[in-house]
Design a protein around this ligand. Structure first.
Ligand SMILES: [Fe+2]
Ligand SMILES: [Fe+2]
Length: 232
């Protein structure tokens, strides 16, 4: 899919439609799952919120449908949910992981995918694909399935860029945050290897121009609000 003619200025996109693809029960289930992430590891929770906002903005710039944008947002919120099963000694380790610990860490996409199987209404292709495949790489050297190029869904390729950008620009126990323009250059340097080159260019352009994150439709704002009230 050639996305080069699809990119639009985020500030001119139409936010008037809510794209109401979720019923109340589904929204409550999503909120419950996000709370599970928050209670298990507040760092993963705040990372997931950031990734969801970046991914939604990138999807908006590509003028994807409301349903696609909403699924990308929800998939990004839940992308690391499998980390709730990773032992804290590994998840919060301050030095390099051993090969054995890496093997355990790399199970989180499949663990998350299996976890979501209990939630039929969330088993939409984009959502389960994001959770299962967000560590695949464009060159095929990622995990768990070694998918390459457009074998990886567009939704997942969008979240992969957002995921790595937030990881680079956040302080972690083992690294200091990079500034946004340094992180953007790294995204571009890894186009074709780790990232879809067209998506990398669109996202980096957005970052370097100091672009603002898209406002979320009402339904999606609600998901974040409940958590903000809880954590304030
Ligand atoms: Fe992950
Ligand atoms: Fe992540």
């Amino acid at each position: 899919m050639d996305i080069s003619n699809q990119v639009s200025d985020v500030n001119t996109c139409d936010f008037s439609e809510s794209g109401g693809t979720y019923d109340l029960k589904t929204l409550k289930d999503i909120q419950l799952l996000i709370r599970v992430i928050e209670e298990s590891d507040s760092f993963t929770w705040s990372h997931s919120i950031n990734v969801a906002n970046y991914a939604y903005t990138l999807a908006e710039m590509l003028c994807l449908s409301n349903e696609q944008k909403n699924n990308i947002y929800i998939g990004a919120l839940l992308h690391d949910i499998g980390k709730i099963e990773i032992p804290e000694t590994i998840l919060k380790k301050t030095c390099k992981l051993t090969p054995e610990e890496w093997t355990i860490m790399k199970t989180h996409p499949r663990v998350g995918f299996n976890f979501l199987r209990d939630y039929d209404q969330l088993m939409k292709p984009d959502i389960h694909d994001i959770v299962l495949h967000h560590h695949e790489r464009y060159d095929g050297n990622g995990y768990p399935d070694g998918l390459a190029g457009e074998e990886i869904s567009l939704a997942t390729r969008i979240v992969t860029v957002a995921d790595c950008f937030d990881a680079m620009t956040s302080n972690r126990v083992y690294q200091n945050a990079k500034d946004k323009s340094t992180a953007a250059r790294e995204i571009l340097n890894n186009a074709y290897r780790q990232f879809d080159p067209q998506l990398a260019r669109v996202f980096v352009d957005f970052v370097l121009k100091g672009g603002m994150l898209c406002p979320l439709p009402y339904q999606l704002q609600d998901i974040g609000l409940i958590n903000k009230q809880k954590s304030s």
